[in-house]
Design a protein around this ligand. Structure first.
Ligand SMILES: [Zn+2]
Length: 458
């Protein structure tokens, strides 16, 4: 996957990189041969109702694609490629196919490699979540059994031959599925070469310093299981965190007092070995700090985190709840004095921050938790601010049910699907609530019927 340094923002610029049409068979004969050999979806739909890709009367890859005179982005940032009804065509399995069956490709790549190389535009605003899902989801895996040659004793590992689950087993002896189960990583030849040469899979910039958040004497400690309690308690090194390091650093020197905990990594570097903050020699470093997420139902800890973004130079935990010389009894009271809370601003800030990294499903759960436990004063205001962020996955689910990717007309159904699921979630808790109880939009009777459609609910 490649990411252009300057993101493509004008639809017609996509045409410079991606083509969805057959080349000219005379002027681009070599490319035409490659495309017609490697980049054509096998005839399906009206040309072949029995094709393997046909599911319930439709091609599951949405071919043939509709003709479009110009490339454009739909309202969700998905691209719809230009695909004109030119006279160019080719023959596949005795059927004449046109541009509707061409798989998107890059002319230069296909000319060089003369192979199937599908190139797609990924420029939508949630691309970063998509990328991180692939980076963090782990490697491809296969389930398999290992058997002796000529012996079906599945527990043996000598002379291994891999057999995929589901293969026919003529042995009538009972199979110990627990003992038989193996979870193996699958490495294809390309990945193996990549790993042998120690190439990086991805690169992150700017570097991020994770900043722990905890109340006084409530930090997480890691110690050896054989240690005694006294040993653990007398070892300050084991209990030091980035937050305690910030407070200690403020106590020792005069520099850095103008920085909040959140901004501290801009000028200070966390030394993991000494567990202390050191002033950066090169202040041009682009290191950014990120406070760990604290759920809004966590009480004082949630408000402490909020103060860590605003208070600077603290030498004691008490300083965090000291505003203009007044020591407030709780972190929440201090937030109130700083006017950081009220009118749901704290919940809106929390949701907006979570929306940067959380999945739509996690955001729906967070939204319902807030309605239940956070005394949201204006749920409709929250709904209007949060609605767009909670439906990413629905847009995908609904869009794959239609033959083209123009999902604008389905926005209403997506909204109703969201209302439906949120209402279910609110009703599943005891004592239950409903969207109507919270003063939020309710499901329309008509769309409720549409949502009974099994495909959409899946
Ligand atoms: Zn098809």
């Amino acid at each position: 996957m490649g990411i252009a340094k300057d993101r493509i923002k004008i639809p017609s610029d996509v045409d410079n990189y991606i083509t969805d049409e057959l080349p000219d068979p005379v002027n681009e004969s070599n490319l035409y041969n490659t495309i017609t050999t490697c980049m054509i979806h096998d005839p399906c739909g009206p040309l072949n109702q029995k094709a393997a890709c046909m599911k319930e009367g439709k091609c599951n890859k949405h071919f043939p694609k509709p003709f479009l005179d110009a490339t454009f982005f739909d309202t969700n940032g998905y691209v719809c490629y230009k695909r004109t009804s030119t006279a160019h065509h080719t023959t596949q399995f005795g059927q004449i196919v046109d541009n509707g069956y061409v798989v998107p490709y890059n002319k230069r790549l296909c000319s060089w490699f003369r192979a199937h190389i599908n190139v797609e535009y990924c420029g939508w605003n949630m691309l970063i979540k998509y990328l991180f899902k692939y980076i963090s989801k782990g490697a491809d895996r296969v389930k398999y059994t290992i058997k002796k040659q000529g012996n079906t004793d599945a527990a043996s590992t000598s002379v291994p031959t891999a057999t995929y689950q589901g293969s026919t087993n003529h042995d009538c002896r009972p199979i110990n599925e627990v003992q038989n189960y193996l979870d193996g990583r699958y490495i294809c030849s390309h990945e193996a070469v990549w790993q042998i040469f120690d190439f990086h899979i991805h690169h992150r910039y700017p570097p991020v310093q994770v900043l722990t958040v905890h109340e006084e004497n409530m930090q997480q400690m890691v110690f050896n299981g054989e240690s005694s309690i006294l040993e653990v308690l007398s070892n300050p090194y084991a209990s030091t965190t980035t937050l305690l390091g910030w407070i200690n650093s403020n106590s020792r020197g005069n520099q850095g007092h103008d920085l909040t905990y959140l901004d501290y990594p801009k000028k200070y570097k966390w030394d993991k070995s000494s567990k202390s903050w050191d002033r950066r020699v090169h202040e041009s470093s682009k290191m950014v700090g990120r406070l760990v997420f604290i759920h809004p139902t966590s009480g004082e800890l949630f408000y402490l985190r909020m103060l860590l973004c605003h208070q600077n130079g603290c030498t004691l935990f008490k300083d965090l709840r000291t505003i203009a010389g007044t020591i407030y009894p709780t972190f929440r009271a201090a937030c109130n004095a700083l006017q950081l809370i009220g009118d749901d601003v704290e919940w809106l800030t929390c949701f907006t921050e979570a929306a940067m990294w959380a999945t739509a499903s996690q955001l729906r759960s967070l939204f319902c938790h807030m309605l239940f436990f956070c005394e949201v004063s204006n749920p409709l205001l929250m709904w209007n601010a949060a609605f767009d962020r909670m439906k990413d996955d629905y847009m995908h689910t609904v869009s794959v049910q239609v033959t083209d990717k123009i999902v604008t007309s389905l926005a209403g159904i997506v909204e109703q699907q969201l209302l439906h699921d949120l209402d279910d979630m609110l009703r599943s808790v005891v004592p239950s609530k409903s969207m109507r109880d919270c003063g939020l939009p309710v499901l329309s009777v008509y769309v409720t019927g549409v949502l009974q459609n099994r495909l959409l609910l899946e």
